[in-house]
Design a protein around this ligand. Structure first.
Ligand SMILES: NC(=O)c1ccc[n+]([C@@H]2O[C@H](COP(=O)([O-])OP(=O)(O)OC[C@H]3O[C@@H](n4cnc5c(N)ncnc54)[C@H](O)[C@@H]3O)[C@@H](O)[C@H]2O)c1
Length: 270
């Protein structure tokens, strides 16, 4: 429960499916959490849940979280956020680059995938994560301490088996994993390793977590086809992911950098 005491964590995409789980786990382990998400509506709904759970907002009284409707592709907004958080809590100790974008034509076939969708996904998944590192990671390097955790995907490591998408439905439509998703996550892994080396001597650790597919309302056909690809024979449950983020954020991982921990039921071993 005290793993993250006195640590301030900033998580992007903090109001998403995994983000919400990670935020709760960070709070349960004693961290202060700045929750950043571009979707103000889901952010408000999530923070209402936190209020109902009796976890008060730092801005309104004793509490350990604050919520920020910020688009992380906006470098000036990131710098403003940094200034604001400095006045409230001081510098950020842990940055979790967890946001990922789904563009309007995300499920378009490869040969028709619009360039503007490609650029939008890359801008969020890679460029904005890099900007967060420029702003918050650089401040860590100057202080000589910090941890950055990038959320990757199994499809940045291995290619999706196209057969799992036959008859698969999610949120009412047929799904696949576009090439831009794989390419952007692979790029984020490259950035992870680069910065681990770049800031190693400054005691800023840079690691990655690779989640496997999380069960979140996919139809039975998809769940069955996906599960058949996984040594453990099932999709991940969202609550199985946050522990690895807490570990990498904490001092228990003080000599761990440049690593990618796959929390995928073994999918990437074969
Ligand atoms: N859910 C899975 O099965 C799964 C599997 C592997 C990897 N991942 C990765 O885990 C992370 C979280 O996934 P999720 O399932 O919670 O997705 P999600 O779509 O539920 O959450 C992503 C969040 O990022 C936010 N976001 C998007 N663009 C942003 C921007 N420009 N500025 C700020 N916030 C922005 C969205 O509003 C959303 O709330 C992602 O990086 C995703 O690629 C998820």
């Amino acid at each position: 429960m005290s793993e993250l005491r006195n640590k301030t964590v900033l998580i992007t995409g903090g109001a998403g499916i995994l983000g919400r789980r990670i935020v709760r786990s960070l709070l349960d382990n004693g961290g202060r959490v700045a929750i950043v998400d571009v979707n103000a509506e889901v952010l408000v709904a999530f923070t209402a849940e936190l209020e109902r759970e009796g976890r008060t907002d730092a801005a309104r009284g004793p509490g350990r979280w604050s919520a920020h409707a910020v688009d992380i592709t906006d470098l000036a907004a990131l710098r403003d956020l940094q200034q604001h958080l400095r006045t409230v809590w001081g510098d950020i100790d842990v940055l979790i680059n967890n946001a990922a974008a789904k563009s309007p034509n995300f499920f378009a076939p490869f040969h028709e995938f619009p360039l503007q969708d490609w650029e939008m996904v890359f801008e969020t998944n890679v460029t904005a994560a890099m900007q967060c590192c420029q702003v918050f990671g650089h401040a860590m390097a100057e202080r000589g301490e910090g941890s950055i955790i990038n959320t990757l995907s199994i499809y940045g490591i291995v290619a999706p088996d196209q057969r799992i998408y036959e008859g698969s439905i999610y949120e009412g439509r047929a799904i696949n994993t576009p090439a831009v998703y794989s390419a952007s996550k692979a790029a984020l892994w490259g950035l992870t390793k680069y910065l681990a080396a770049y800031w190693g001597a400054r005691n800023v650790r840079v690691n990655a977590v690779t989640p496997g597919g999380v069960e979140s309302g996919q139809n039975d056909t998809f769940k069955m086809r996906y599960a058949a690809r996984v040594p453990m024979g099932r999709m991940a449950r969202a609550e199985e992911l946050p522990g690895t983020f807490v570990y990498l954020a904490s001092d228990a991982a003080s000599y761990v950098t440049g690593q990618n921990i796959c929390v995928d039921g073994g999918l990437t071993v074969w």
